[in-house]
Design a protein around this ligand. Structure first.
Ligand code: ADP
Ligand code: MG
Length: 231
């Protein structure tokens, strides 16, 4: 909790109230699993980090001015180590083409998550003036807008309430292993819902937060992307 406070305070000192993947440590501080990786601000550091990860990586532009990174070509999946330097430059150029004066904090280099064995879900929070923090759980990734399969509870949520959220969505059978797929780790999902519930309860300054996707696999969950707004 102390670590989370420090992360939020240092963010608040910058001149933006919008944070992205550079704030992934916040999730980490609350025990929500995130893929290995970090944010770097040069091609050579990106290269070093990728070598440390030791496999193909995902690279994402980190900018408070870019809300949907993939919309502007700001996400490259499956980058081999020898292409990391060039990809760094490409991502920055694309950000500048999109908005010439965009603030670019750097590039996130992230371990690849196996999406084939997983399901992309979304876990988010919105503060309602009347009800307070509303937690949203649903199907994530490209399906968010199309299917709008989600459910909402007021935080903080109990364990049974968190579990109920998984049951609530139409795609629940997908999580349970429809069509011969292995069921995802439901306990890990339930725990993650509760941990996020705790985070937004502890920090009223977070007015809005989205983990999309939160990838649920048979072996646990991974928060792959983060976006949040401070008041
Ligand atoms: P944005 O939502 O801003 O476009 P994301 O970080 O969510 O950026 O990345 C977009 C998509 O790229 C994700 O929905 C996911 O399908 C894929 N992706 C992102 N990070 C990873 C990763 N670490 N491993 C595998 N796929 C990823
Ligand atoms: Mg996303």
């Amino acid at each position: 909790r102390e670590r989370a406070r420090e992360i939020l305070e240092s963010a608040a000192r910058r001149d933006t109230n919008r944070l992205g993947v550079e704030a992934m440590d916040l999730l980490d501080a609350y025990g929500i699993p995130t893929p290995r990786g970090g944010v770097v601000d040069s091609p050579s550091e990106a290269q070093a980090l990728a070598e440390d990860i030791g496999d193909d990586v995902v690279m994402k532009i980190v900018s408070p001015d870019i809300l949907h990174k993939s919309d502007i070509g700001g996400v490259e999946v499956g980058v081999p180590p020898e292409e990391v330097r060039d990809t760094y430059e490409d991502l920055v150029v694309r950000a500048r083409n999109y908005q010439r004066d965009a603030t670019v904090l750097g590039v996130q280099v992230q371990e690849m998550v196996d999406l084939d064995s997983g399901t992309e879900t979304i876990l988010g929070m919105n503060r309602d003036p009347q009800f307070g923090p509303l937690l949203l759980f649903g199907l994530g990734g490209i399906f968010v807008e199309v299917l709008e399969d989600n459910t909402v509870r007021v935080a903080p949520v109990s364990e049974p309430e968190a579990r109920e959220m998984l049951d609530d969505i139409d795609s629940a059978p997908l999580l349970r292993g429809a069509r011969g797929r292995d069921p995802v780790d439901e306990d890990a999902l339930v725990e993650t819902v509760q941990r996020l519930s705790q985070l937004v309860t502890d920090f009223p300054a977070i007015v809005e937060l989205d983990i999309n996707p939160l990838v649920a696999t048979p072996d646990g969950v991974q928060a792959v992307d983060l976006r949040l707004t401070l008041d």
